[in-house]
Design a protein around this ligand. Structure first.
Ligand SMILES: [Zn+2]
Length: 271
């Protein structure tokens, strides 16, 4: 009888332990399911966010591509490039970047743009009556009226060939450029570069003045090609967008040789 009671108690105890275990197992499972659900929700959220980001990137890319195409069209127009519709985008871009580089090389090595902020042109290139000596003479450059001490900027890359005084010219600066060009700057107030120094296009090289035979502050600007005097007016107005006009306007320059030299250098560089 005692043993029977004991077994009963033991059985009850076992049932209780089993029930507790099952309950705790179920509770644990429930907890894990809840956690998994939360993770799924978080992942879904993340997924949605990624999708949104992707959509936005896609839209941005589309906008970018249409902008590039638009720019490409305007560049083609600027470069006067026709009939490139049948050409692949890659070839087109290659062609355009080559043409742009070619123009840049020419515009940085040959004097282009104005070397000084001027008020007006007081004397053009060619025959004139000399302003101080009252006699007929050939004016070898252009006179650009400026305020006193206006910065003079190099119109092309080059090496300083002369910086000093010369009768008539006053304080004179000469720069030797690539491809056969040379520029002169007369009547300066101050020269800030030295003989033999390399100057980059756009760099300040001097300040305008009234030295030498001069009736007021101005820059006497001269351009020579292989020793020949050129009309600086065309070069002052030469830039990227009217690139071709100089070849027709300035026929004293043997442009073909220059074009060959630059294209050869570009070829060597790309090899
Ligand atoms: Zn002059």
């Amino acid at each position: 009888m005692k043993i029977g009671k004991f077994i009963n108690i033991l059985l009850i105890f076992l049932v209780i332990v089993l029930t507790i275990s099952v309950i705790s197992y179920l509770v644990n499972q429930d907890h894990q399911i809840k956690q998994a659900n939360q993770e799924i929700i978080a992942l879904q959220k993340k997924n949605k966010q990624l999708k949104n980001n992707l959509e936005k990137t896609k839209k941005d890319k589309q906008i970018f591509i249409s902008l590039v195409n638009e720019k490409l069209l305007s560049i083609e127009k600027l470069l006067d490039v026709n009939d490139t519709n049948s050409v692949s985008l890659n070839n087109k871009l290659n062609f355009i970047s080559n043409e742009a580089l070619y123009r840049r090389i020419l515009l940085e090595n040959i004097p282009s743009g104005t070397p000084v902020k001027y008020l007006r042109i007081t004397s053009s290139f060619g025959w004139r009556i000399h302003p101080t000596e009252d006699s007929r003479e050939f004016h070898p450059g252009i006179d650009l009226k400026t305020n006193m001490k206006t910065p003079v900027l190099a119109p092309a890359d080059g090496i300083v060939e002369y910086a000093g005084g010369v009768r008539g010219y006053g304080r004179l600066l000469m720069i030797r450029h690539n491809l056969g060009f040379q520029t002169f700057y007369g009547h300066l107030n101050k020269i800030i570069v030295k003989y033999g120094q390399f100057v980059k296009k756009g760099e300040v090289i001097a300040y305008t003045g009234n030295s030498g035979l001069s009736t007021g502050p101005h820059l006497h600007y001269e351009i020579r090609y292989l020793g020949q005097l050129l009309n600086p007016y065309y070069f002052i107005n030469w830039n990227f967008s009217n690139f071709d006009f100089i070849f027709k306007k300035e026929q004293k320059v043997k442009w073909e040789g220059i074009q060959q030299a630059v294209k050869w250098q570009m070829y060597l560089f790309n090899k």
